[in-house]
Design a protein around this ligand. Structure first.
Ligand SMILES: [Zn+2]
Length: 403
């Protein structure tokens, strides 16, 4: 089919000649971390103490040691201001969640309907420290994005970010703040200076590798006037599991079909069956790169949720961190080494905390050095005995070809 994406303002590959062009290999990598970020992020009820485990392992492998030539440069997060948070979130939501009085355990005065209105219930319970968590995690992701905008890095890492279910006025799915959306909004405000051409608005591709559909991000950027309207600067592509009743339920999570009238080429979904493996990703990765090649982003934001890895408590996919084609690390290496885009790597889901620490440490090493010489933490995943070999199914190839 004809590409739905408008021809770029510069020939393929030449947009890297801008004044903040990617540096030669190895990439300049920054890593957002501070003791306070690890401490506050570790309060997240769905992932208690995960952040501390992740940052400790990354540091112990020497990946934040500036004396080591193959390391990331640690930078401290700057907490987001109310003005920054309300570039997406409603003022009412931010006023509510930033008021610690609303989450005091002694407080019985706040009617539960107010908490429910803002989604502070069930899988997003109130917790002491929420008023610190939201500006710090949003600020961490924005700090990472700003380092790309300022030309200080080629790859920015913020494992505390990637909260892809949070909505404009509501917490959802363990996510209280829409840091992915805020980062994309910041990146799309940038203008790219290409030698010999007028500055052009930046293009941002959001790629979500989490087991769950990126409903919060996809909904935020779906074409406001319907399919084919406008010239969106943002393309979202979510690769996830979808089946009846599987969270989150959304009309946008089904397979994008160009033959349908409702098809939006800038809001793409690629659902995979149970048991998706390295082989599944190896087969469909050509489609992912075809989209990237057609859209020609200046920035790519990758949500690296690891709840699809074998060993996670969800036990739905059987993805790995090994060296084989199609593994998570192979995919991230492809992005970091061959896509020629400024790249923001974010965290996301992942509920086997030792495995999450291994995975994100391994991906950090992939970002700072070549895939072949990356450290091998990722290959030592805890196995999930509940995942039977009979569940290791391939994705529906017939569906994939529609992309
Ligand atoms: Zn998830």
């Amino acid at each position: 089919m004809n590409s739905p994406y408008k021809a770029p303002s510069s020939p393929v590959g030449e947009n890297r000649s801008d004044t903040r062009a990617l540096s030669p290999s190895p990439a300049r990598v920054v890593y957002v971390v501070s003791n306070n970020l690890a401490k506050v992020s570790s309060l997240l009820p769905s992932n208690k103490n995960r952040s501390v485990l992740v940052h400790t392992l990354v540091k112990q492998y020497g990946l934040l040691d500036v004396a080591n030539p193959q390391s990331a440069r640690p930078i401290h997060p700057v907490p987001a201001t109310v003005e920054e948070l309300t570039r997406y979130h409603s003022r009412q939501y931010i006023d509510f969640v930033l008021d610690p009085y609303n989450f005091s355990k002694q407080d019985d005065a706040i009617p539960s309907s107010t908490h429910a209105e803002f989604g502070i219930q069930e899988d997003c319970p109130a917790f002491a420290g929420l008023h610190k968590y939201i500006p710090l995690v949003a600020g961490a992701t924005l700090t990472a994005a700003n380092s790309l905008i300022k030309g200080e890095a080629d790859i920015s890492i913020c494992w505390d970010g990637g909260r892809h279910h949070a909505q404009k006025s509501k917490a959802s799915g363990f996510c209280y703040v829409a840091d992915c959306v805020l980062a994309i909004l910041a990146l799309k405000r940038d203008r790219i200076n290409t030698l010999g051409l007028p500055p052009h608005k930046s293009r941002v591709m959001y790629l979500d590798l989490d087991l769950h559909f990126s409903d919060g991000v996809s909904q935020a950027f779906v074409s406001p006037g319907g399919p084919g309207s406008g010239e969106p600067q943002v393309l979202t592509l979510s690769i996830h599991h979808a089946s009846p009743g599987f969270f989150p339920v959304s009309a946008l999570s089904s397979l994008s079909d160009p033959t349908e009238e409702s098809f939006d080429p800038f809001t793409l979904s690629l659902p995979l069956a149970r048991g998706a493996s390295d082989a599944t990703f190896a087969r469909m990765w050509k489609s992912v790169e075809a989209v990237k090649h057609a859209f020609q982003p200046d920035y790519v934001v990758v949500q690296c949720g690891v709840d699809g890895l074998a060993g996670d408590s969800y036990a739905v996919w059987n993805w790995s961190l090994g060296s084989s084609e199609g593994s998570l690390s192979w995919c991230v290496n492809r992005i970091c080494r061959t896509w020629q885009c400024k790249t923001l790597l974010l965290g996301g889901g992942g509920y086997n905390h030792p495995n999450v620490a291994r995975a994100w440490t391994h991906l950090t090493s992939v970002a700072v050095c070549s895939f072949s010489s990356s450290i091998a933490t990722g290959t030592v995943l805890v196995s999930n005995r509940s995942l039977k070999s009979s569940q290791v199914l391939s994705a529906k190839e017939a569906l994939l070809t529609k992309l």
